[in-house]
Structure formats: structure tokens, C-alpha cells
Write a protein that binds this ligand. Structure first.
Ligand SMILES: Cc1ncc(COP(=O)(O)O)c(C=O)c1O
Length: 382
């Protein structure tokens, strides 16, 4: 059997990893400024994470959601404490798309309505409702296309308010990334986030914050920087530092009913152990604050490089534009300087490193970026 060929791959085979570094099968060392797509939150093979998973594996890896799983309660308690949402309820699943799928479905159950507001350049995953709320026609299959999702311009308070004045009573939910990731690191303004909250309040719609990349911005949830709260926060990616685990944190006024949501794998013993290990490291190593400080440091250093334009983001969720002769910077960083970064089309580089990346590694990244830019300038002049 061959693999179904859907991924454009780099010709690199990674065989081991530690902290912010990975090594290929020829023992070449790479700096990981991409965190395997914002997944590596506490660093590759963090010893606490590895030990906790090994210990759990020796006890029990999985049993279905038909029995008591105390680890789920421990995770809910810890998540509530660290995120400041102790009164919210937790539903566990396995991925970001699944988290958003459940959030939208729950909003529809809760309100009895069908219309969902999503935003230009938003990305929420590839399953049916999540992809229908994603602003990318090329990944929406005909069966996923629906008139129930309305796309409004991101960061446009007037368009949002006008829409709600007309259609608010039909609207089940608004789903938004407070910082758009795949869309190219676009930060929602405080006014925009607050307007979403107000519209949802005025029309009893559910406000869903897609926080699949949570923990990177200095606050647990990026949405909370604007001083208002969402009704549902969706989580995945860094939640298990590579172990597949997702979840949604649900405000107390949204009530559960048996059978309303469900999953076979969600909340299994190993997944809970992984998510707990991540939260324990986040607290022990003060990683929310460190992400903010090191992110500010990185952004200041990037801002001093003339060739990089429009540096933006918050904490360790950073994007910038590269253009003209420097447009191939990302490829050069990987092939010549052995640094992984992320991209967004057309010419955006995204940085999503582990939350505990060191200042020395950030400095090394900046030095190599300067060298790569100089090489690119020379090659066009030459
Ligand atoms: C904001 C956001 N939401 C949802 C998803 C989908 O997550 P997953 O790939 O785990 O389904 C992603 C993935 O990149 C994302 O960035």
C-alpha cells in the first residue's frame, strides 16, 4: 500500500528530538522554530512528559468513556486553575478540528439555531463544520459547503454589528481566532473581540474562541487579552506536546445532556496523562510568562532587521513578511542553516517555537536569519 499523497514533504527524516532541537537520520541538528506546527509546547521529549507517559503506559493506556476516569477530573481541575476558568466544564476529544466541530455543534444544540459567523482568513480544521467555517474554498468539499456559515471581514466591527442587527436572532455562534494562525498571524483588535462578545450577549449567541494554539501569548487564552471571556474555548495542538489530545472548555450556563457529545478515544488515560504533564511543566517552569517575555525579545530583534516587514503577533506566535529577493528565506533557513520555520501564503514566515525556547537559541536564530538574508541579497546582486 502507498501513502495517500496529500502532503508536500521536505526530504528530511527526523529520528530524535530534545528541547528546541531535532536531529535527522544523518545526525544533522536542526533548530525548531516551528514546534512541529505549534504542537511542541514544552519542548521535545521533556523528561517530565516522557516519564509521566511511560508510567501511565505501564498502568493503563485506554479504557472507554463508560467508566470513571479520575485523570479526566484531575485534568479538568488543573486546566481550570491554570486558565482561570475553574467554573467552566471540560469535554475531551482528540484534535483541533474535532474540538471546533464539537463547539459549533454544542452552540447549535444550546441555541436551537443554525447560522454560524466565521471570519475571512480564519482556519478551524478540516472536518465538516470546522472546514465549512474555514475561509479556504479549496479545502471545502461540495458536501461540506453550507449556507449556514457566513464569512465576515476580520477585525471589522461595523460589518459585524450590521450583520447582527439583521441576522442576530438566527445566529447560533461566532467562531474566531484571537490571533489567526494559518491566515498569517493576524491579531484581532480589542475592539473587535469586545464587539463579538457584545453581539453574542445581545442576541444570545455562543461566542467560540478557537484557541487550538493556546498558551503562546502570555495569557492562557489569547482571547482573554481583550478583557472579555468566550463561552467556549477550543484547545488542541500544544495540549499534549505531540500526543493527540483536544478539548473544549464550556461556560457554566451551557448545560450538558447525556449523549449530546461523545467520542471513543477522547479523554483516554494516556491523553490525560500527556495533557496533565504539559500543564504541570507550564506551571513549574512559568512558561506562560516566559513565552511572553521571550516573544517580546524575539520580536524586538526581528524588528531591527530591515529586510523583514510587518513583524506582528503576541508572545511566541509571531509572523513577518519577506518579499522580493528574500522571498525564499524560509527554504534557505531550512536547507542551509538547518532551521525549521512555518509559512503562510504568499510570503509570510511564522514562528511557533516551544514555549521554553532559550534566549541563546533565539539569538542563534536571529544571527542565522541575518546571514541567510545577506546571502540572498548577494546572490541577486551577483
Ligand atoms: C486555529 C486552528 N484551529 C483548528 C486547527 C485544526 O487542528 P487539527 O489539525 O488538530 O485538526 C488548526 C490547525 O492548524 C488551527 O490552527
Amino acid at each position: 500500500m502507498n501513502l495517500f499523497d496529500v502532503y508536500p514533504l521536505n526530504n528530511i527524516t527526523i529520528t530524535k528530538a530534545q528541547g528546541s532541537y531535532v536531529w535527522d537520520n544523518e545526525d544533522r541538528k536542526y533548530l525548531d522554530m516551528y514546534g512541529g506546527h505549534a504542537v511542541i509546547s514544552i519542548g521535545h521529549t521533556h523528561p517530565h512528559f516522557v516519564n509521566r507517559l511511560k508510567e501511565q503506559l505501564d498502568q493503563i493506556a485506554f479504557y472507554s468513556n463508560s467508566i470513571q476516569i479520575p485523570l479526566q477530573h484531575q485534568l479538568a481541575k488543573k486546566l481550570g486553575e491554570v486558565s482561570g476558568k475553574s467554573d467552566y466544564q471540560l469535554f475531551l476529544c482528540n484534535s483541533g478540528a474535532e474540538a471546533n466541530e464539537n463547539a459549533i455543534k454544542l452552540a447549535s444544540f444550546h441555541t436551537g439555531r443554525k447560522k454560524i459567523v466565521a471570519f475571512s482568513k480564519g482556519f478551524h480544521g478540516r472536518t465538516s463544520l470546522a472546514v465549512a467555517a474555514t475561509d479556504n474554498a479549496t479545502i471545502i468539499a461540495p458536501v461540506n459547503a453550507t449556507d449556514n456559515v457566513v464569512f465576515l471581514p476580520f477585525n471589522d466591527v461595523n460589518a459585524l454589528t450590521e450583520y447582527f442587527n439583521k441576522e442576530g436572532n438566527e445566529t447560533a455562534a461566532v467562531i474566531v481566532e484571537a490571533i489567526q494562525g494559518v491566515g498569517g498571524i493576524n491579531v484581532a483588535s480589542d475592539e473587535f473581540v469586545q464587539a463579538i462578545r457584545t453581539c453574542c450577549n445581545n442576541y444570545d449567541a455562543v461566542c467560540i474562541a478557537d484557541e487550538v494554539r493556546y498558551g503562546r501569548t502570555g495569557k492562557f487564552f489569547a482571547f482573554d487579552h481583550s478583557g472579555v471571556e468566550a463561552d467556549i474555548y477550543t484547545m488542541a495542538k500544544g495540549m499534549g506536546n505531540g500526543f493527540p489530545v483536544g478539548g473544549i472548555a464550556i461556560a457554566p450556563h451551557i448545560k450538558p445532556k447525556h449523549g449530546m457529545l461523545g467520542t471513543t478515544f477522547g479523554g483516554n488515560h494516556l491523553a490525560c496523562a500527556a495533557a496533565l504533564a504539559v500543564l504541570e511543566v507550564i506551571v513549574d517552569e512559568n512558561l506562560l510568562q516566559q513565552a511572553e517575555q521571550n516573544g517580546n525579545y524575539l520580536m524586538t530583534k526581528l524588528s531591527a532587521i530591515d529586510e523583514l516587514k510587518n513583524i506582528r503577533g503576541r508572545g511566541l506566535m509571531i509572523g513577518f513578511d519577506v518579499a522580493g529577493e528574500h522571498a525564499t528565506l524560509r527554504k534557505e533557513l531550512l536547507s542551509k542553516h538547518h532551521i525549521f520555520t512555518g509559512e503562510a501564503k504568499p510570503n509570510v514566515i511564522r514562528l511557533l517555537p516551544a514555549l521554553n525556547i532559550s534566549l541563546a537559541d533565539i539569538d542563534a536564530f536571529i544571527d542565522k536569519t541575518k546571514t541567510a538574508l545577506a546571502e540572498l541579497t548577494l546572490s541577486t546582486v551577483g
